[in-house]
Every structure is written in structure tokens, then in C-alpha cells.
Ligand binder design. Structure first.
Ligand SMILES: [Zn+2]
Length: 133
């Protein structure tokens, strides 16, 4: 239950330059594979393997880079979303929302209810899905 969420605000910086490198690498490796296949068809066995090797390793590299960037941007997207804690009074059902605070967990006792002075309890902790950022 003790989920720690770092509140560091990382600026959204999806490097378009990095994306261009991935696309270029992908395009070059496809060209290399095609030329390898062409060389194979025309019987030029000397250039088949180097071309295929470059093509396949280029594909693997771009796939790896794409995977890395996707993982990074997903982490950033999660960090950008505010976390909300819902506090509920078990006696009168009073509900209160506030920003997530370090150390919050579900069923943790919170402050007193403003209506009946009963101790309230954290009912849920969730991330708000904000699309327009
Ligand atoms: Zn209450």
C-alpha cells in the first residue's frame, strides 16, 4: 500500500530530433534490406550479406530506440498527471478531495470530519487523466 509517487515536474520534451533519427535509421535499413534482396535476385552474392546485416541491425536499433523513447514519454506523461486523494467519512458519508500527500494510502485515517467530527478515512487515491496539457 505504501506507494511513493515522486512529484517532480519534468517538462514534456519529446525530442523530435530523436524521432527523426529513428525514422531515418528505419528508412535506411529498409533500403539496405531491399538492396540485399535485389542483389540476391540478380545473383550478386558479394553484397547480399552485408546489405542484409546492415538492414537487420538497423531495424533492431530503431526498434530499440523507439521502445526507449516510448517508455520515457509514458513515464513523463504519468508524472504530469496530478494525484488526487479522496477522503470519506464513514459515519455521515461526507466526501472531500485533496491533492495527494506523501504517505497517503487507502484506509489511512485522515483529519476529522467537518460535519460530525468523526475521523475520516482515505477512500481512494487516483491520477487525474488530463488530456489537454
Ligand atoms: Zn462525518
Amino acid at each position: 500500500m505504501g506507494e511513493t509517487i515522486s512529484e517532480t515536474k519534468t517538462p514534456r520534451r519529446i525530442s523530435s530530433f530523436f524521432l527523426i533519427i529513428i525514422v531515418v535509421t528505419l528508412a535506411l535499413s529498409i533500403v539496405a534490406i531491399f538492396s540485399g534482396v535485389n542483389a540476391y535476385i540478380s545473383g550478386d552474392s558479394g553484397t547480399v550479406y552485408p546489405s542484409l546485416l546492415i538492414g537487420v541491425s538497423g531495424l533492431a536499433l530503431s526498434a530499440y530506440m523507439l521502445f526507449q523513447t516510448r517508455r520515457r514519454t509514458m513515464q513523463i506523461a504519468i508524472k504530469m498527471q496530478p494525484v488526487t486523494t479522496t477522503i470519506r467519512c464513514r459515519k455521515c458519508g461526507f466526501k472531500n478531495l485533496r491533492e495527494f500527500q506523501r504517505g497517503d494510502y487507502i484506509f489511512k485515517e485522515a483529519e476529522e470530519c467537518p460535519k460530525c467530527t468523526e475521523k475520516m478515512q482515505i477512500a481512494s487515491i487516483y491520477r487525474e487523466a488530463k488530456e489537454n496539457e
